[in-house]
Ligand binder design. Structure first.
Ligand code: AMP
Ligand code: MG
Length: 359
């Protein structure tokens, strides 16, 4: 069913109050609103409205056991929803708003769909003027997962949200590009474990809390299906383009030799450094920016993956990045986008291509 979607353009730094008001009205009236945050765009509803929150799952095709993040406009609001231990309160106060989500024991009765029936809740205060004004003006916390149909690459621009959701939601706020381009960092406060790496890096967490977070296999995107799942979202295939994607984990100077005799059309996604090498062999390339600026790589990650599908190639090859700082989050998303299919030699690449042909 198609519905009328109100598309509202709002300045990302100085949101126009009357436009925020219009969008917030949709939230208050039980509508679904796509809105920008500093990480990625979210598809949101009043967190206390079960019917509306359920609609988010339907629209996204999201599995019911994958809970939503509740977006708040203050730590005080968060502590009405979640039990935040005193030892963390002041520390979170210092760093919020920022691209970090906390999992804590749920306090208030939230709809089952928001928490997926867990006794914990994910809470976050976004550092984006539009998101914050929207939550304030809605006078309710907003439950929102990332704005993408389930499994598809996340939308990081208003125009991508319009492509995904025009005619399916009540309102889309277009504020151009998100600032970081990848989803928030998630920390489980009960065990101080990093469940999902994001723009807020392990080092920054350590500095803010004077505690080193536990970083397990889940954080790298390598956790296998059989492992115990703490954050339900981590078990699903994610962020994947239609075009198969393989990750190149070998030495950069070997890449041209490995791919030069491949006859089917393919594309290389990676840093400007690797793309300039690949350009010499004449294959399609998608540059995410210089390796020297990993935040820029993160910002361009999803739009690059989305661009791959428009090239109509048989497969894409994506460069592996150093798993340091924000690089941990970049690799987590790329491993999922490539369904953990990696190669470092020609033989391994040929094997992946063979599987592709036989499938
Ligand atoms: P998204 O906004 O689409 O990135 O999805 C929200 C993410 O938060 C998913 O990975 C969820 O699994 C995770 N999440 C939400 N609530 C909880 C919770 N109570 N415990 C663990 N992870 C959660
Ligand atoms: Mg998501």
């Amino acid at each position: 069913m198609t519905i009328k979607t109100e598309i509202i353009s709002i300045d990302s730094i100085k949101p126009q109050p009357e436009r925020i008001s219009k969008a917030a009205k949709f939230v208050r009236n039980g509508g679904i609103v796509v809105f920008p945050t500093e990480t990625v765009y979210g598809i949101g509803a009043n967190a206390f409205d079960e019917t509306s929150c359920k609609k988010i799952f339907e629209i996204k095709g999201r599995p019911a056991d994958n809970p939503l993040i509740v977006h708040v406009c203050s730590l005080e609001e968060a502590s009405k929803i979640a039990h935040i231990e005193d030892k963390y309160f002041k520390k979170i106060k210092k760093i919020w708003p920022s691209p970090i989500t906390f999992i804590a024991q749920a306090k208030a009765e939230l709809p089952k769909s928001v928490t997926a029936g867990l006794d914990t809740v994910a809470i976050r205060m976004p550092a984006h003027p539009v998101a914050l004004s929207l939550i304030k003006e809605a006078r309710q916390p907003i439950a929102a997962p990332s704005a993408n149909p389930s499994q598809k690459p996340t939308a990081t621009t208003g125009s991508q949200c319009i492509k995904y959701f025009d005619g399916r939601v009540d309102c889309i706020i277009d504020s151009g590009s998100s600032f970081f381009g990848i989803e928030s960092t998630i920390i489980d406060l009960r065990t101080f474990t990093l469940l999902r790496p994001g723009p807020f890096t392990p080092k920054e967490i350590e500095n803010a809390f004077s505690m080193v977070p536990l970083v397990g296999k889940i954080a790298s995107g390598k956790a296998s299906a059989g492992q115990k799942v703490i954050s339900p979202g981590t078990k699903y295939r994610h962020y994947a383009p239609e075009t198969p994607l393989f990750m190149f984990e070998g030495a950069e100077n070997k890449l041209t030799k490995i791919v030069e005799s491949i006859e089917v059309p393919f594309a290389i996604i990676g840093s400007s450094e690797i793309c300039s090498i690949a350009d010499r062999i004449g294959c399609s390339t998608i540059s995410m920016g210089s390796r020297k600026d990993p935040y820029n790589i993160a910002k361009n990650l999803y739009s690059s993956v989305i661009l791959l599908d428009s090239l109509k190639v048989k497969f894409g090859i994506v460069e592996a990045f150093e798993e340091q700082g924000v690089g941990l989050a970049i690799m987590n998303r790329l491993r999922k986008a490539s369904a953990n299919k990696a190669f470092s030699t020609k033989r391994e690449l040929l094997k992946l291509m063979q599987i592709l042909n036989s499938g």
